[in-house]
Write a protein that binds this ligand. Structure first.
Ligand code: AMP
Length: 598
């Protein structure tokens, strides 16, 4: 396939913000493509070279890309820099400069295969001399590129490709291009993706063997599964009612979710909730898991929490987040900030998938294969059948340092549902019963200049929740409080890469911030209550026509949710649920605010 076809599709994708139109363009683009181009086109369109969990990075800094553009177009680097500053996008500048340069008549048109191979070479260049290799490879590519191709090549290497195709849209397009486009087909395709986290793999199996071919995609040690997610209920009584009277309650540990892949021999690999590999950050878990798990190869899941080295008591979450981003002094961190992994599920044991078994069977299996040690334990659990029992267990969880309980269905159909949020798991934090005490994970989609003490910096941020149905980020608040000086100083750095001169098409809001941000950074906020707003667009129209949900008196909790990607932020539906719970509670709560959990 020629690369200019892809570039032209990107141009069309960029020009629309309508999901249906995007899907149609995508369908038209991918329908004629076959492996291996197909996987490559899907990865490239998401701004990646490999599935996200592999964490492949190009390692191309702005300065390096500027240099390559200058060399390829015989321009002065300083001039390229000035033009890029004016246009706000080096890709646009590259296109302008390429348009003014005589094109080599003899050059072969670029193909997707060429481009993919060269970009892979750029990503693989490591160590001494690698910068030169990266520049040279990019210069070669640009030398053969049309202006339009050059624009997208530059944006791709800088990680600023703005064609905005997300996984959900790609899944829709796959169902339409390679199956009958029905909901049933879409569901099966999504299920294969949830198990493999690799759209390229799913697309390949689908094209070559049809929907039935997807069955061949199973679990593989080293390839993460998309995590199962929980719903919420306002009271323990409601939790039990949902679960049919009986539920397995577990401590809800407040830490980092870890999916551990433990092969029979060879290194253990750990993945975060967003499927980033975090093995290097937790060497003691990597070391201790093989001896803790009896039936390998296995895939187990748990929550990694900080513990006191002396007492083994659970410590506040913040301590473990310090370990996560750490690149140096890992051994020191290990002794200074000890952790323990509380396992709560098993998805594969002795090489055989267990995820489709009901939860009680999985728990039994987990208990039989885990030999707890200093760093690996099993989550506390009790099966309860009354609100009294549940309340007693909640008290235990809170006093042991948990943040609440996780209720799990023990019904026949309680299989592990990869990538899905549902009432098979329900989270309950004690403070749900007193107003809107639950936090919200919001995506930063804009920033406002500060005033007074904050002059010259950003003073507030526009936040959105994610609406998967529309594949849009809908704003719900503007938050300025709760940031300390260091955090405020950190924000521009964290956001620089995502600044956008225009409103990102995937953002839906009635407010214009001073700076738009492409949805990426997720931060945790709390607030006093949810109200209806004419300018915010979260769950717009769900309660009243034209009105969205808005958070009053928002406050940053100090917690950057680096473990969540933008599409894993709180959803519009969850926000709506929180709004409804709040309303129901106001109606139900006696004026003295007695505990509604009974
Ligand atoms: P939240 O992040 O508030 O949506 O809560 C769900 C998260 O709770 C999961 O993703 C896990 O990281 C965490 N968690 C803590 N304890 C448990 C448990 N026993 N079972 C399942 N998830 C748990």
């Amino acid at each position: 396939m020629r690369f200019d076809e892809l570039a032209r599709s990107y141009e069309r994708l960029e020009a629309t913000s309508k999901r249906l139109e995007m899907r149609a363009i995508l369908v038209e683009l991918i329908r004629p493509i076959r492996p291996p181009d197909l996987a490559h086109v899907l990865y490239l369109s998401q701004g990646m070279l490999r599935p996200e969990y592999e964490g492949v990075e190009l390692g191309v800094a702005d300065s390096l890309a500027r240099r390559a553009v200058a060399t390829a177009t015989h321009a002065e680097e300083a001039d390229v820099g000035r033009r890029a500053k004016a246009s706000g996008d080096l890709g646009t500048t590259a296109a302008e400069l390429l348009a003014g340069r005589p094109r080599l008549e003899t050059a072969h048109p670029l193909t997707v295969a060429n481009v993919y191979a060269e970009l892979t070479a750029i990503a693989q260049a490591k160590g001494e001399g690698s910068q030169e290799v990266k520049v040279r490879t990019l210069v070669d590519l640009l030398g053969r590129a049309s202006p339009l191709e050059g624009k997208f090549l530059v944006r791709f290497v800088l990680g600023t490709l703005r064609v905005g195709v997300r996984e959900m849209t790609i899944l829709d397009a796959l169902a339409e291009a390679f199956a009958d486009g029905s909901k049933a087909a879409r569901t099966r395709i999504e299920a294969a993706f949830n198990l493999s986290s690799d759209l390229g793999l799913v697309a390949g199996a689908l094209v070559e063997h049809g929907l039935d071919g997807l069955a061949s995609i199973g679990l593989e040690v080293g390839r993460p599964i998309r995590p199962m997610l929980a719903e919420r209920e306002p009271t323990l009584a409601a939790v039990l009612e949902r679960m049919g009277g009986t539920a397995a309650l577990e401590f809800k540990y407040d830490g980092l979710r870890v999916q551990a892949h433990v092969p029979k021999s060879g290194p253990v690999r750990l993945f975060s909730r967003r499927l980033e590999e975090i093995s290097a950050q937790f060497p003691e878990l990597v070391a201790d898991l093989p001896s803790a798990i009896r039936e390998r190869p296995a895939i187990v899941e748990g929550e990694c929490v900080p513990v006191d080295a002396d007492t083994g008591d659970i410590q506040p979450f913040q301590l473990v987040s310090k370990r996560r981003g750490r690149k140096y002094d890992l051994d020191k961190a290990q002794t200074e900030l000890p952790v323990r992994l509380f396992l709560f599920d098993v998805l594969l044991a002795a090489g055989t998938p267990t995820y489709s078994e009901p939860f009680p069977a999985r728990r039994e299996r987990l208990e039989s294969i885990v030999r707890p040690n200093e760093h690996v334990a099993i989550a506390e659990q009790r099966v309860v059948a009354s609100v009294d029992e549940a309340t007693a267990f909640l008290d235990e969880a809170i006093s042991a340092g948990g943040e609440g309980v996780m209720a799990k269905s023990v019904k026949e159909g309680s299989a592990y549902r990869a990538g899905a949020r549902g009432y098979w798991w329900i989270k309950y934090k004690r403070d749900y019963t007193v107003g809107l005490a639950d936090s919200i994970d919001g995506v930063v989609v804009g920033a406002f200049h500060g005033r007074g003490r904050r002059a010259g910096k950003y003073g507030a941020f526009l936040l959105a929740v994610y609406n998967p149905e529309r594949d849009r980020f809908e704003t719900f608040t503007k938050v300025g409080s709760g940031f300390d000086d260091a955090q405020l100083a950190e924000m521009p750095k964290r956001l620089a890469k995502f600044e956008s001169s225009e409103p990102p098409p995937e953002v839906d809001t009635g407010i214009s911030p001073d700076r738009w941000m492409r949805p990426h950074l997720v931060i945790e906020v709390r607030g006093a209550e949810l109200t209806l707003s004419p300018i915010h667009r979260a769950a717009v129209g769900a309660i009243r026509a034209g009105a969205g949900l808005a958070l009053r008196f928002p406050r940053f909790t100090g917690r950057f949710r680096d473990d969540k990607g933008p599409t894993e932020a709180t959803t519009s539906k969850e926000l709506l649920e929180m709004y409804r719970l709040q309303v129901r509670q106001e109606a139900a709560d006696p004026p003295d605010g007695a505990d509604a959990a009974g």
